[in-house]
Design a protein around this ligand. Structure first.
Ligand code: HEM
Length: 386
């Protein structure tokens, strides 16, 4: 009889403060284990096991939800909570919206927005760059993608906070989610009478899924998922990059002097400080992994953040090496559900860091207690020459 290794493992909230030590410990002592949190789940912490599970959608399903804990939604979110073959049809609709050329087209707007926000931040000596820069940038960019007025980004900003604070206040999170739905419904209704507008909402309205018109519920599900998937993740990564650079001024100066290194640095921030530390699956059949008996119906968390720091996969795996050359990480996933917005997310983070560094003098961290994770405050001080 195989022993079930139990650890009190969590990958959200305060657990993230020391998660890299936790991962190191788990990878060496308990690479696959069971946690009783969130109704109970297996966790995989080794790069190899996470990679294999990501490829094997026939064994590891994304239903009922890829998020653990989930966001309280009753219906699965399209396409992230749907398995192939339906997933393939749903994903196909979104693909043309996020191609490299679609992202190129949007880039001047990203650059202009980044410049305006950076100039605003520069007016102060000490500034919270999470609230003035990392958060507004993706939300304003998203407004141009799906078609809401850019000044409404404040609404999206507080909805994100309330929805992701479900653990603290589930009722308010549900209310926030209803508010988002109502807002997006109104946007869709408006767009029905504006067929000439060619944003994501306009294109989805005309989309066909497997030869039939898209339904209203499917359209709303896409809209909601894009809001959930694209905003906090990108804001987190911009903030995490600035967090590192404020604490490692040699890296900061190196990137300022060599902006061509910024894309490689962004990959390294994505690897080591990833916004999605783990995604959940459900076993569709009994399997054994590293001697652990996973039963049909058990939840399994693929700890991307641990796989990204696995010493068997990367040299100096816990070090942030801003010009690392080989860097195939899990920040966007590597299976059939790999991030659809990765071209856009990457571009936004690269532009955000490049424009910020190009316009600012040296900056330093102010508050040593501010953590690497999340989208909470991040205070920096500009060191201006006298
Ligand atoms: C740095 C920013 C981002 C990160 C780190 C990120 C990360 C992820 C991850 C980890 C997944 C799940 C992969 C898996 O389980 O295999 C995912 C899926 C997804 N992401 Fe992103 N994401 C980012 C930005 C965006 C943006 C900007 C959008 C669009 C506006 C977006 C849209 C999606 C969609 C639609 C899916 C579901 C794909 C599917 O199920 O086929 N993401 N993302």
């Amino acid at each position: 009889m195989t022993q079930q290794p139990v650890r009190d493992f969590d990958f959200h909230g305060e657990a993230l403060d020391n998660i890299f030590e936790t991962y190191r410990d788990l990878r060496s002592e308990c690479p696959v284990g069971w946690s009783d949190r969130y109704g109970g789940f297996w966790f995989f912490t080794k790069h190899e096991d996470i990679f294999n599970a990501e490829q094997d959608w026939q064994t590891y399903s994304v239903t009922p939800s890829m998020l653990l804990p989930d966001l309280g939604n009753v219906e699965p979110m399209i396409p992230i909570d749907v398995d192939p073959p339906e997933h393939t049809h749903y994903r196909r609709i979104l693909l043309p919206l996020f191609t490299p050329s679609a992202v190129d087209e949007l880039t001047p707007f990203v650059v202009q927005t980044a410049r305006e926000l950076a100039d605003e931040a520069l007016k102060q000596d000490v500034v919270d760059v999470s609230h003035t820069y990392a958060r507004p940038l993706p939300m304003i960019v998203f407004s141009s993608l799906i078609g809401y007025p850019p000044e409404d980004w404040h609404l999206f900003d507080q909805w994100i906070d309330r929805i992701f604070a479900r653990a603290e206040d589930a009722e308010d999170a549900t209310r926030a989610s209803q508010e988002v739905h109502a807002y997006l419904e109104a946007l869709v209704e408006r767009r029905r009478n504006e067929p000439e507008i060619d944003d994501i909402t306009g294109r989805l309205l005309k989309a066909e899924i497997n030869g039939r018109p898209i339904t209203h519920d499917e359209l709303m599900s896409y809209q909601y998922l894009l809001f959930i998937a694209g905003l906090e993740t990108t804001a987190w990564t911009i903030r995490a990059g600035l967090w590192h650079l404020a604490r490692n001024t040699a890296d900061q100066q190196r990137l300022r002097e060599n902006p061509d290194l910024i894309p490689a640095a962004v990959e390294e921030f994505l690897r080591t400080l990833a916004p999605v530390q783990g995604m959940a699956r459900t076993a569709l059949k009994d399997v054994e992994v590293r001697g652990c008996p996973i039963k049909k119906g058990d939840r399994v968390v693929l700890a991307f953040g641990s796989g990204n720091r696995d010493e068997d996969a990367y040299e100096d795996s816990d070090q942030i090496v801003i010009d690392r050359e080989q860097n195939r990480h899990f920040a966007f996933g590597v299976g059939v559900h790999r991030c659809l917005g990765s071209n856009l997310g990457r571009r936004e983070v690269v532009v955000a860091l490049r424009e910020f560094l190009a316009r600012t003098p040296l900056f330093e961290a102010v508050d040593p207690t501010e953590q690497w994770h999340g989208v909470g405050p991040l205070h920096i001080r500009f060191v201006r020459e006298a």
